[in-house]
Design a binder for this molecule. Structure first.
Ligand code: NAP
Ligand code: F7E
Length: 327
């Protein structure tokens, strides 16, 4: 039975990847940082089948101990300070976790067993102010936030350990991927939750920032499949993963509110508070390399994704309302 370590197990992707690896017969060890209150909402349903270990990307010793104790075959580094706006408020912390944290894991692997296969969660935010459209593995980077800058470091240190120490270290350059488990402050989930709350009379308006920015949005469940496939190749490499379609925040609003028979124009208010110091205007992936080498392709369309998220938030709020009534 192969063993996989997942950092960021409590996050959106960590929970989907854990499900996938369990279905493939892996022993799954998740790394979670210590908090005064446990935040295992996304993995509660998996706790009988996975091992969760305390560890932190700030802490080299905890990562070394992890590799020594669990002797993984594969390590997926999904942990990061991943919210772009926070990266302007906490740029040094973002750099320490999202950039240097990658080196700490690579060092732990190199010292304990350099044969361990390593996946780094790189990001389309590295393309930032895009120098080419669509973006491929060869498009130069131009990050626009401390988060994007940190991810560029994480990408290159992964490539560097591959080239310096002959390690099986891959960088998956994933475009935005969403799901009902997406963090509530990211725009897609903020909209699906907002539309549900407004439909159910729990709120009157939804305040958003730039409605014109365009993203290549896919379903997280599809994207964790690509992560696993990258580690099953003969050679380590870099892969872009995305749908090849781009849509604006406004289009997301139109479909989300339309799905519950509302017009977003009646409820969405633009609030400059949510504008960013430097914006990424447009992202669109050319994932043809992943198609050729991994046989990967997305299975969920943009409209299906939006409706899936709104349906899930409607159900969640309806349950909460019912529970309150019976309390
Ligand atoms: P997420 O939901 O924000 O999850 C991030 C995870 O990292 C959480 O489990 C978080 O733990 C953990 N973490 C944060 N700081 C840590 C630290 N110091 N030590 C250990 N763990 C720490 O992110 P996601 O959407 O699942 O994304 C997974 C990865 O892919 C991230 O690296 C992200 O930057 C990258 N990525 C995401 C996308 C996307 O569209 N989702 C696209 C490209 C790349 P807590 O639960 O305790 O906060
Ligand atoms: O913003 C605009 C905002 O925060 C998307 C992370 O997973 O994907 C994610 O980064 C767009 C931006 O995601 C609001 O200005 C408008 O243009 O959902 P987001 P992101 O910044 O693209 C990449 C690939 C990652 O790697 C990251 O970890 O939506 N927008 N109004 C808004 N964004 C937010 N959050 N809130 C608003 O009210």
């Amino acid at each position: 039975m192969p063993t996989a370590i997942i950092t960021g197990i409590t996050g959106q992707d960590g929970s989907y990847l854990a499900e996938l690896l369990l279905s493939k017969g892996y022993k799954v060890v998740g790394v979670a940082r210590r908090a005064s209150t446990q935040n295992y909402e996304r993995i509660n349903h998996l706790l009988d089948n996975i091992t969760v270990i305390q560890g932190d990307l700030h802490d080299q010793g905890s990562l070394l101990a992890l590799m020594e104790e669990h002797k993984p075959d594969e390590v997926y580094n999904l942990a990061a300070q991943s919210f772009v706006p926070t990266s302007w408020n906490q740029p040094a912390l973002t750099g320490d976790v999202t950039a240097i944290g990658v080196t700490r894991i690579l060092e732990a692997i190199r010292y304990v067993n350099p044969k361990i296969r390593f996946y780094q969660a790189s990001s389309s935010e590295m393309f930032g102010k895009v120098l080419e459209t669509p973006q491929t593995e060869r498009t130069p980077f131009y990050p626009r936030s401390p988060y994007g800058v940190a991810k560029v470091y994480g990408h290159y240190i992964t490539v560097n350990y591959r080239e310096s120490f002959n390690m099986f270290a891959v960088s998956g350059i994933l475009f935005n991927h969403e799901s009902p488990r997406r963090g509530i402050e990211f725009v897609t989930r903020k909209i699906s939750d907002g539309a549900a709350r407004i439909k159910l009379g729990l709120a009157a308006e939804l305040r958003l920032g730039n409605l014109d920015s365009q993203r290549d949005w896919g379903f997280a469940g599809d994207y964790v499949q690509a992560m696993w496939q990258m580690l099953q190749q003969d050679q380590p490499d870099n892969f872009v993963i995305g749908t090849g379609e781009t849509h604006s925040v406004q289009e997301f609003c139109e479909i989300a509110f339309g799905h519950v028979n509302l017009d977003y124009k009646d409820h969405v208010k633009v609030d400059e508070k949510f504008y960013r110091p430097a914006e990424v205007d447009l992202l669109i992936a050319d994932a043809s390399k992943a198609g050729r080498f991994l046989g990967w392709e997305p299975t969920v369309s943009f409209a299906q994704l939006v409706r899936m998220m709104v349906d899930s938030d409607m159900k969640r709020h309806e349950k909460l309302i019912l529970a309150e009534k019976h309390a």
